[in-house]
Structures are given as structure tokens and as C-alpha cells.
Design a protein around this ligand. Structure first.
Ligand code: SF4
Ligand code: SF4
Length: 393
């Protein structure tokens, strides 16, 4: 494993374990499989594990496995405060103590404000006394480093970075988002201040691998047949010295082994100018096809009208990056074959999901497009037939 060290931090493995996508058995974390993966990751030198209060069952699973393996002193636990749920200083302790309990630990090495959108939100937390609270927790050894995760634009990112004495930050960054989100501007702004940058969504929720337009997939094969699209995405990140850790949601041993291989062999500055130009061409091809820049993070859920928002957008994008029928199949799977229908037609435009989307997607407006795309007479008739078949099974 390779490590990168910034300022007064201890060395961090360049590959971090994004725990949100632990292997599942139905809706529950598959503890046996997850333990197998974590053992292998720890034995291979991965020392950064990223969780969050709001990922269902993840903190508990991570805590249980770390205790079983007995590796607490070898790894850094990162987890996040759901500040948007907090209304008083007392609640800061309540949520933090719950996280310690779930993780079966007495301290969090890397603690983040989850999805801190702007300085206004930080000022609201300041009024509750969060700065003093952080100082107390640090002095007591309960918090090692303090940071924030971020999904907005680069201007606002730089403002948030400057509004407190942060130890580290976490941004969405990949070759598609080089000039969106915090982007390269934000990455370099943080690095210039000696602030480690943890990268999330290196594959944009898997979209840079699993739903590539056929033309893009063919270009990858033509340019370098032995290098997968995922490997390109990781090598693009590792080649930049400002990147500290790249989080990957590894939900199989095969994926873990592949990511370890890449992390062990990647080099700063290894991509040539031709490689960068190639990835810019790939970006243009993907942008041509993708209709909604949804990463599938699910922060917009639940919807009060039961719309499966990420499911609808995923199907809509597949309809454009792959083909209409593949997309329609995905749409049926996630909206019709459910106990409660959850299609785009159910959106009542209440707007409650809007502030929760880190990608700034106008969800009701885009759902209207999805509804138009999959809501023609033939589709509605198929929905009706499948719905009846499903009902009478
Ligand atoms: S705007 Fe539509 S999708 Fe969003 S929460 Fe309201 S009903 Fe659900
Ligand atoms: S619409 Fe926005 S919040 Fe919802 S899953 Fe997509 S990116 Fe995430």
C-alpha cells in the first residue's frame, strides 16, 4: 500500500474503504463477507474507513467487525455528524455518543460535518456552540481531526474551507467532475493550505463503469485494451499529488483486490498529456448522452409521494446511454414491481427533495421529463399489465 502524508497528519493509505456499500444480505449488512473484506484490506495496509450516522447499519457493522478483528489501533475511523438533524448543543452529544457506541470505540479519528453546504449552515451550528464543542472533544481525545464533506460548487467550497480551522475535507471528484463540484479548483485550494483532501465518488456512483455509453466503452477498449474504465478513473485521481485518499465502496473481494492492485502501482504524474486528452474525449461522449447527473446517493429520499427518485433517474440515463428498452426495463423494475408504485408520475412537485440534492438537480422538473419519456400510452399499458400480473401472483 502507498501512503500520503499531509502536514501534522499521520500517513493515510491512498485507498480508503467507503463503508456505505458494504455487501448486503437483503437490506442487512452481510457481516461475514464484510469481515472477510475488511480483514484483507487491513492486512494490505488500508487504514482509512469512512462511515456516516445516516448509512443504515453501517456504523454498527464496522464497529462489530473492528472489535472482532482487533484492529482498532491500526486504522482510522472516519464518520459524520448529521448536523441537519441537530437543533441544540445537547443533541451534538447525543448523536456523537450514539456513534461512539455503534462503532464500539472511545474516539473518532476523522470526524466530518456531513454534507456541509455553505457558510450559513456553519453559522447556524456556531450559534449552537459547535466550535467550543469541537475543542472540548479534541481536548478530551474523543475527536482526532475535524473536517467536512461537500457536494456544492467550487466558490462555495472555498468559502466553507475558509470559515473554520478545518483539519481535512472530503469532496466528490472524478474525471467527469474536474470542472464541476469543488473540482480541481477546490482540490488545489485545499492542498495549498496543507489540508488533506479525501475523495468520494471516484466512479460517480459506479456510473463511470457500469452505464458507460457504448461509444465510450469502445473508445476505452481501443485506446488501451488492458486497462478498465475503473482503473483509468482511479489512476487519474492518484496521479494528482493533491489527492490524499480515494474512497471506494468495495462490495466484493474481487473489487477490493483490483483496487489494491491499482493503489499499489499508481504513481503521481503517471498519466501522459495524451491520456488526459483521451479522458476529456470520454467525458464529452458521456456528457452527450447523460440526461440527469444523478449519482444515486439517495440523499433526496424518502419522497413523501413514494417516488424512487434515484431509480427513475438511473433508468432515464440508461435509456439514453444504453438504449430505450434497457432503460425501460430498469424503470419497470424500480417503479412498477413494488408494493407501492414509485414512478415519476407520482411526483406532486412539493419541492421537499430539492435542498437535499448535492448535485443541484431540479428533481421535479427532471421527473416530469422522465414521466414524459416513459409515460406514453404503450408504456402505461405495459405498466398496467405487469401491475396486474404482479398483483395476482
Ligand atoms: S418534489 Fe416530487 S420527488 Fe420531490 S419530494 Fe416532492 S413529490 Fe417527491
Ligand atoms: S437526485 Fe440528487 S440527491 Fe437524489 S439520488 Fe440523485 S444525486 Fe442523490
Amino acid at each position: 500500500m502507498q501512503y500520503r502524508q499531509v502536514a501534522n497528519h499521520s500517513p493515510l493509505s491512498i485507498l480508503g474503504f467507503g463503508c456505505m456499500r458494504f455487501p448486503k444480505n437483503g437490506t442487512k449488512v452481510d457481516l461475514a463477507e464484510t469481515e472477510r473484506e475488511i480483514r484483507r484490506a487491513v492486512d494490505s495496509g488500508v487504514n482509512y474507513f469512512d462511515a456516516a450516522y445516516t448509512y443504515p447499519g453501517i456504523e454498527e457493522a464496522l464497529g462489530t467487525i473492528i472489535e472482532r478483528i482487533g484492529c482498532r489501533d491500526k486504522i482510522n475511523i472516519a464518520t459524520k455528524l448529521p448536523h441537519y438533524l441537530i437543533k441544540s448543543r445537547e443533541e451534538l452529544d447525543k448523536y456523537f455518543n450514539t456513534e461512539l457506541e455503534r462503532l464500539k470505540t472511545d474516539h473518532i479519528d476523522y470526524y466530518l460535518m456531513h454534507m456541509l453546504p455553505d457558510t450559513d449552515v456553519w453559522n447556524r451550528l456556531k450559534k449552537m456552540g459547535i466550535e467550543e464543542w469541537i475543542e472540548e472533544k479534541k481536548a478530551a481525545g474523543q475527536i482526532g481531526k475535524i473536517g467536512f464533506s461537500y457536494h456544492g460548487n467550487s466558490v462555495s467550497f472555498c468559502q466553507v474551507l475558509d470559515c473554520y480551522n478545518w483539519d481535512f475535507c472530503q469532496i466528490q471528484y472524478n474525471y467527469m467532475d474536474e470542472n464541476t463540484q469543488a473540482g480541481r479548483t477546490g482540490l488545489q485550494y485545499a492542498a495549498a493550505r496543507n489540508i488533506p483532501v479525501i475523495i468520494m465518488e471516484p466512479l460517480r456512483g459506479g456510473r463511470l463503469v457500469s452505464h458507460l455509453p457504448k461509444k465510450a466503452a469502445a473508445e476505452f477498449k481501443k485506446y488501451a485494451p488492458d486497462i478498465s474504465p475503473a482503473e483509468w478513473a482511479f489512476r487519474w485521481l492518484y496521479s494528482q499529488p493533491e489527492v490524499t485518499v480515494v474512497l471506494s465502496g468495495m462490495n466484493s473481494i474481487t473489487m477490493l483486490e483490483e483496487n489494491l492492485r491499482i493503489a499499489n502501482t499508481a504513481r503521481i504524474g503517471e498519466l501522459t498529456e495524451d491520456d488526459h486528452e483521451f479522458l476529456r474525449e470520454i467525458r464529452d461522449i458521456i456528457n452527450e448522452k447523460m440526461k440527469v447527473p444523478c449519482t444515486g446517493c439517495g440523499y433526496c429520499m424518502p419522497c413523501a409521494s413514494d417516488v424512487d427518485i434515484p431509480g427513475c433517474f438511473n433508468a432515464y440515463n440508461i435509456g439514453h446511454t444504453d438504449n430505450y428498452y434497457q432503460g425501460y426495463k430498469a424503470y419497470i423494475m424500480c417503479t412498477v414491481l413494488r408494493s407501492k408504485k414509485s414512478g415519476a408520475d407520482k411526483c406532486v412537485r412539493c419541492g421537499r427533495c430539492l435542498p437535499r440534492c448535492p448535485q443541484g438537480i431540479n428533481i421535479p422538473e427532471q421527473l416530469a421529463h422522465v414521466n414524459k419519456y416513459y409515460g406514453n400510452f404503450i408504456c402505461r399499458f405495459i405498466d398496467w399489465i405487469i401491475g396486474r400480473m404482479y398483483k395476482y401472483q
